[in-house]
Design a protein around this ligand. Structure first.
Ligand code: DGY
Length: 327
């Protein structure tokens, strides 16, 4: 009888997914959800052919150099900036991510966070819970209009397109977008979206939503100069990745009223949050939960598992990122 391949599941995950993986692999599961240091990760990967990662485990040349048995890293996330894809390809290690299954859920959340930001939902709830509400006032927590306003989306991939459709079709918003490349005319028509330059988007949008993947090129896409271009009544929402926004510059812009408000689901250096963001009132802060519905998280975990099974059992991964390493 041939020995089952060994894999590491680097973070806690649905027990049913561990059971499914156990049918094919010898599974080293981390159901206590210990956060491994880089050295602990390298140690736990010894003798493993596959690893199930969640986006918090960095896989780079240093890891690959000391884990020669590793053949596949399956991320339970659409984003994969925790992978050094070039190093993985050079080492012949397959990388997979979890696209599509979270698109609509993440678009729902992006839209919800933008609305909560525009309509000051978190700030007003804190006020109420603090027992400060003693009368109705004409100007209490007056926010920014959403319906009929201009929505500016930076990064028009699948999630950006989902947010565009929600804005245009549900809220009668004028949708403008900026992307590395302009979408084809049919997709633009489906999204009711018009391509503009980044500067024009920042100057004219009432609500800027960031859905661009993180890379060295997108680091600090929004910093002090970009914030200075935005309307003082505008909001900024980030459901992409920490590091796309210069959080220190944003906290300053919020404090000084350079923009009206921000909604952030992701942070530079998360789970740490820039201390200045914790003290400004006009920001809605959520702990990287844009894809967090039970159904979607289950689908993401199953897709990562299916990638491990597909590749290690029959050499057919579902969503490979570097298919050039496949035999
Ligand atoms: C993703 O899938 O990239 C989300 O940010 C969850 O990590």
């Amino acid at each position: 009888m041939t020995q089952k391949p060994s894999i590491l599941v680097a973070r806690a995950v649905f027990p049913g997914v561990i059971e499914k993986l156990s049918q094919h692999f010898v599974v080293d599961a981390n159901q206590d959800d210990v956060l491994f240091t880089p050295d602990q990760l390298k140690q736990r990967l010894q003798g493993k052919q596959g690893v199930f990662t969640t986006g918090s485990e960095r896989i780079d040349a240093g890891v690959l150099a000391v884990c020669p048995s590793l053949k596949i890293c399956a991320n339970m996330a659409v984003g994969y900036n925790n992978f050094d894809l070039d190093a993985m390809t050079a080492a012949g290690v397959l990388a997979t991510n979890a696209p599509d299954v979270l698109t609509e859920t993440t678009a729902d959340f992006g839209f919800a966070l933008m609305m909560a930001t525009a309509r000051r939902i978190a700030e007003s709830e804190h006020f109420l819970r603090a027992g400060l509400w003693n009368r109705w006032r004409y100007d209490m927590f007056t926010g920014t209009e959403v319906h009929g306003s201009t929505l500016g989306i930076v990064g028009m991939g699948r999630i950006g397109q989902g947010i565009a459709k929600r804005g245009a079709l549900g809220f009668g918003m004028k949708v403008i977008y900026h992307n590395r490349s302009q979408l084809d005319a049919a997709t633009e028509a489906q999204c009711h979206a018009t391509y503009v330059g980044k500067e024009e988007l920042l100057r004219t949008a009432d609500h800027v939503v960031l859905v661009v993947p993180y890379s060295a090129a997108s680091h600090h896409t929004i910093g002090a100069p970009e914030l200075a271009l935005m309307k003082s009544t505008a909001t900024l929402t980030n459901v992409a990745r920490g590091g796309i926004v210069d959080d220190a510059a944003l906290a300053k812009a919020l404090r000084e009223g350079q923009i009206a408000a921000a909604g952030l689901d992701v942070f530079e250096g998360e789970p740490s949050v820039h201390p200045d963001l914790l003290t400004v009132p006009n920001v809605v802060l959520t702990p990287h939960i844009a894809s967090a519905t039970v159904g979607t998280r289950r689908a993401m975990a199953n897709l990562a598992a299916d990638n491990l099974i597909g590749f290690l059992v029959s050499c057919k991964p579902v969503t490979p990122l570097n298919p050039q390493v496949l035999p």
